[in-house]
Write a protein that binds this ligand. Structure first.
Ligand SMILES: NC(=O)c1ccc[n+]([C@@H]2O[C@H](COP(=O)([O-])OP(=O)(O)OC[C@H]3O[C@@H](n4cnc5c(N)ncnc54)[C@H](O)[C@@H]3O)[C@@H](O)[C@H]2O)c1
Length: 318
């Protein structure tokens, strides 16, 4: 294992050494570990935007951001500017570093613009057919040797890798960030059955260059994080729908009694109720275990378009 990791790192050092830096502020130390100078992000929603921002600010790589909604792209870049300005105001970032980070972020029309990225991270909605379509396009567009990563919360990476075709599958990996990306310190890496050790080592180095701590999970439904978190959130919603307590009392019990930074219903609103429902459906379908049955109320709220913070209404109003 150690030998293959060393070989992998030596290989990526060779890749980066063979390239001229496209970005003058790009660190050659970082390059020698992950070999990444340019990132493409698909999906400029709450996760994609956070990933793009942290990559530009902390890993100091150029970022191309694509979304099929122009309004979402414009909103995302404006939000990135607001977050950078806040960091400058708080004295966490110099104006010069904020300007440099902003200049590394560029919106593009679509995946067609990813012809020279070293890694693409997909962060579109949690739907297997949608992700399969996107990974087939990424496999057609990205240069040889580029990493194809997904921020999926629950979908099988081995399925996503299969959508890339046999030649690309070894370069596909799960790159699971947490919300909000600029704040949460973890990246959970999920190798598909097909992922090569070299790609996993480069993904780890890139996540670390973004300032994150890495854990690794097998490709099982929900991985470690959502196999534990989502049934807990779902049970809180079932407690609400069966009248065990009010939403405020459920959240306050977990906050003040268990020291959670936010209650499970507030957390569900932050994650997005559509995402929560999709994850429960994956857990239920792929394990066949009835303990993962999604709450009826959760399904009804998604049908009503009450998706949580991102739509302005979930268990609470925003
Ligand atoms: N929300 C969370 O807490 C969280 C945490 C970890 C992982 N994730 C995962 O991250 C992914 C994105 O979640 P999110 O919360 O950012 O969702 P979101 O709804 O905020 O954003 C999804 C974005 O994808 C875009 N999109 C949809 N189809 C597209 C296409 N064909 N091409 C380009 N863009 C397209 C949408 O316009 C939208 O901007 C999901 O897989 C989710 O499971 C979410």
């Amino acid at each position: 294992m150690l030998a293959s990791r060393t070989t992998a790192l030596a290989h990526s050092a060779a890749i980066s050494a063979a390239r001229q830096p496209r970005n003058s502020s790009f660190s050659t130390t970082a390059a020698s570990l992950h070999g990444i100078q340019r990132l493409g992000v698909v999906g400029a929603g709450q996760m994609g935007l956070g990933i793009a921002l942290v990559a530009a600010r902390t890993a100091k790589v150029d970022v191309l951001l694509a979304d099929n909604s122009e309004a979402q792209l414009a909103k995302g870049l404006k939000f990135a500017e607001t977050l950078l300005a806040k960091e400058v105001q708080k004295g966490k970032l110099s104006q010069e570093d904020a300007d440099a980070a902003r200049s590394r972020l560029k919106s593009v029309k679509g995946i067609e613009a990813f012809g020279d990225v070293d890694i693409a991270i997909e962060a579109v909605s949690e739907s297997l057919p949608l992700k399969e379509k996107i990974f087939a396009s990424l496999a057609d567009t990205l240069p040889a040797g580029a990493i194809l990563a997904s921020n999926t919360s629950s979908i099988s990476l081995s399925k996503i890798a299969a959508a890339c075709g046999p030649e690309r599958a070894s370069h596909c990996v799960g790159f699971h960030f947490f919300n909000p990306v600029p704040v949460m310190k973890l990246v959970e890496l999920i190798p598909a059955l097909q992922t090569s050790p070299e790609v996993l080592a480069r993904a780890r180095a890139f996540a670390e260059a973004m300032g994150k701590t890495v854990t690794v999970s097998q490709d099982t439904p929900g991985f470690v994080s959502n196999r534990l978190l989502m049934p807990f959130i779902n049970e809180a919603i079932i407690a609400l729908e069966t009248g065990v307590a009010s939403k405020e009392d459920i959240d306050t019990t977990l906050k003040l009694g268990m020291g959670h930074p936010m209650g499970p219903l507030t957390l569900a609103d932050f994650i997005g109720l559509d995402t929560c429902l999709s994850i429960m459906e994956v857990l239920q379908r792929e394990t066949g275990d009835t303990k993962y049955r999604p709450s009826v109320l959760l399904g009804r709220m998604v049908s009503a378009g009450w998706l949580g913070k991102k739509s302005g209404k979930g268990f609470y109003e925003y």
